[in-house]
Design a binder for this molecule. Structure first.
Ligand code: ATP
Ligand code: MG
Length: 382
């Protein structure tokens, strides 16, 4: 099988200098002082991507995602290992995107195009399309240092998608800009997928990964810890790696575990509009105050609902806790839905325990409504 991207045993080390003598004079007086240390940003990474695949890359801050994308696009050379690309262009789209602040939007479009290997007349041929897509309008001749972050990303995105790349590499830019433009970018990415182009997508937004990627890779401290179907990788990322996010003050992390999610009948078959009750078993090493949160997804990975954790505080006692959850009337229509549940800390900022795909809801509907949620209008005639 032909591969678009092959990453073979890639390592990337950065050398970090610890200067004891900071000023130039001091450094001249004490040459060779201070120490340097090697930092392993990527450790023996191997994977390959087939043509037309969209692969998500998940990992905490500093786990090596951007470094990996840069080595794939040839912006950084790996310290060892090899990267093979098929196709003529891999467009890297990242915040900053190498724009020169003093230059105008127009000049930066040509510069960015050149960086991606396009000739001036090739950029000229798609220039209007780029400006059109970016919705920058007359600001195209303004220095980009006066651009808002949204305008910046709009222009960079417009260039990256209009240069006809075989591989599109997106580093956390889909969350910038207003919602309407984000939706436009998502549509464009969907079109890229239909056209059979290969996409690598770094985002902290699990929902986007779920929606766009059939496969995801998880990096942790420079190592690849998961590579598989998105739901499996998200499970690794959210259930096993969330503890990293917990600040040291909350040492109870890792000592709280969701052990079971059950219903009295043993099944999650429910009817539209009916009440749902389920029990969550939680094992905790100590007493702890937290918040319960649940997420419901469609089979296609669209987030239908994430509950307001603040509205559902829970008090855990040491040992096994049984938490009963009630949904008064389930507004979902006919279909199969996935449910994730989790416990957050008291401030709702850190995940203490998580169960990805804790249950599958099978909803049956008696009515004639169609769609995902039940919305029942009433009619008043004057
Ligand atoms: N040029 C560099 N010199 C030294 N260290 C670097 C350099 N670039 C990245 N690093 C380090 O390598 C590690 C991985 O960085 P990287 O930017 O790839 O992480 P990331 O997963 O993209 O994080 P984030 O989610 O914050 O974007 C970090 O610890 C970072 O400090
Ligand atoms: Mg990054």
């Amino acid at each position: 099988m032909v591969k678009t991207i092959e990453v073979i045993g890639v390592n990337k080390e950065f050398v970090i200098h610890h200067e004891r003598h900071q000023s130039l004079k001091e450094r001249l007086l004490h040459p060779g002082s201070g120490s340097s240390e090697k930092f392993h940003a990527l450790e023996n990474i191997s994977f390959s991507v087939s043509p037309g695949e969209t692969v998500g890359i998940l990992g905490h801050n500093g786990s090596g995602k951007s470094t990996l994308l840069k080595t794939i696009c040839g912006v950084l050379a790996p310290t060892s290992g090899e990267i093979k690309l098929r196709g003529n262009l891999a467009a890297l789209l990242e915040l900053g995107a190498g724009f020169q602040p003093e230059l105008s939007g127009r000049e930066n479009v040509y510069l960015y195009g050149a960086m991606l290997g396009l000739k001036r007349r090739e950029v000229a041929a798609i220039f209007d399309e780029i400006v059109d897509f970016s919705e920058i309008g007359k600001f195209i001749d303004t220095q980009v240092k006066f651009f808002s972050s949204g305008m910046y990303v709009r222009l960079a995105f417009a260039v990256a998608v209009n240069v006809d790349p075989d591989i599109l590499v997106v580093d956390e830019v889909l969350a910038v800009g207003d919602e309407r433009f984000q939706a436009k970018c998502m549509d464009r990415i969907a079109r890229f997928q239909q056209e059979g182009r290969t996409i690598l997508l770094v985002t902290h937004n699990g929902d986007q990964v779920r929606q766009l990627c059939s496969r995801a890779i998880v990096l942790d401290h420079g190592s690849l810890v998961a590579d598989g179907p998105t739901t499996e990788s998200l499970k690794v990322f959210r259930e096993y790696l969330h503890a990293d996010e917990v600040t040291p003050a909350e040492t109870a992390s890792g000592q709280i575990r969701i052990t079971s999610v059950t219903t009295p009948s043993g099944s999650f078959d429910v009817r539209t509009g009916a009440g749902v009750h389920f029990d969550v078993g939680v094992e905790s090493a100590q007493a702890f105050g937290g918040q319960f949160v649940m997420e419901i997804f469609s089979r296609r990975g669209e987030l239908i609902s994430r509950s307001d954790a603040q509205a559902t505080p829970v008090q855990l006692k040491p040992g096994i806790n049984a938490i009963g959850i009630d949904i008064a009337e389930l507004p979902l229509l006919d279909g199969v839905y996935e449910m994730n549940i989790g416990l957050l800390d008291e401030r709702g900022q850190n995940v203490l325990a998580w169960s990805e795909r804790a249950a599958t809801l099978q909803v049956g509907s008696d009515g004639r409504e169609r769609g995902i949620v039940e919305i029942a209008p009433s009619v008043t005639q004057l």
